[in-house]
Design a binder for this molecule. Structure first.
Ligand code: ZN
Length: 273
């Protein structure tokens, strides 16, 4: 689904383009968080079939934890949301409305509460990020689970769609689509490390973690090939791609995102509710 045009790459616009990073828990929490994820949704456990295929080596608990998905239960997602910095009511409502855009496709609902929500949003100058799915349960209640750098009512509507729907996708447990092996294979590693170091201030290790480490088979649940226009896919400029063709990245929840979300969190039959 690559296209030939690279004109829509947001970096080319006059505003600063901020990339997203999935926040990882500290290593000493990996195993407990993986156990929690499997209690929440047993399907999060790494597939035994895949483990047999792996090797004869003993897979460490730490490694197993990394292979564990972080989706919520199949019965749907009901999460409360609060803000750590008391933004105006119009902004809070607008952010919630974009989080709930996923509800058109899946059984998910985000509800604002005055404080101590399960999802806690900050707007620090720290980029855009979220923890992944059930990992948010391991974050202390006074700490953010999602950061929307400097979001305000002046932020363009396109950014509300692109960023908030994307970060909410992480909160629902969806990883980055650009980490699919077929896309990672096309990235020039050195150029990527230079590019994200220059534009995002990321260290080489951060670039490796956020852009250059392909998802394993257990983490890929989207049907078919990588979707470069998924809301969960970064835009990647032509200069870091081996074939010199930009990956456009998603600007909104698209049909395949909706199908995936509806499969993970099936909508209830309205006639039965
Ligand atoms: Zn992201």
């Amino acid at each position: 689904m690559a296209t030939e045009s690279s004109t829509q790459v947001p970096e080319a616009s006059s505003c600063k383009f901020i990339g997203c990073s999935i926040k990882a828990l500290p290593e000493d929490q990996w195993i407990s968080a993986a156990e929690e994820a499997c209690v929440e949704n047993p399907a999060n456990a790494p597939e035994s079939q895949m483990l047999y295929q792996a090797t004869d080596e003993v897979i460490s608990p730490q490694h197993l934890a990394l292979l564990t998905s972080k989706y919520w239960g199949k019965s749907g997602v009901r999460l409360t949301v609060s803000f750590l910095d008391d933004p105006e009511v119009l902004l809070r409502t607008r952010i919630l409305s974009h989080m709930n855009a996923w509800a058109a496709f899946a059984n998910v609902q985000f509800t604002e509460v005055p404080s101590s929500g399960q999802v806690r949003i900050s707007r620090e100058v720290d980029g855009y990020w979220s923890y992944l799915g059930t990992d948010i349960k391991s974050i202390r209640r006074n700490r953010a689970t999602m950061n929307l750098e400097s979001f305000s009512m002046d932020t363009p509507e396109l950014e509300f769609k692109r960023v908030i729907r994307h970060e909410t996708g992480h909160t629902l447990g969806f990883p980055h689509e650009h980490m699919r092996p077929e896309i990672v294979d096309q990235i020039d590693r050195k150029a990527a490390i230079d590019y994200f170091g220059r534009t995002q201030g990321w260290t080489p290790d951060q670039v490796i973690a956020q852009v250059l480490t392909p998802l394993n088979n257990a983490q890929i649940i989207r049907i078919g090939e990588a979707d470069e226009e998924s809301i969960m896919c970064y835009s990647l400029p032509a200069e870091i791609m081996e074939d010199n063709v930009a990956v456009l990245g998603g600007m909104d929840i698209n049909a395949s995102d909706g199908e995936l979300a509806g499969r993970v969190y099936p909508l209830k039959d309205k006639n039965l509710v």
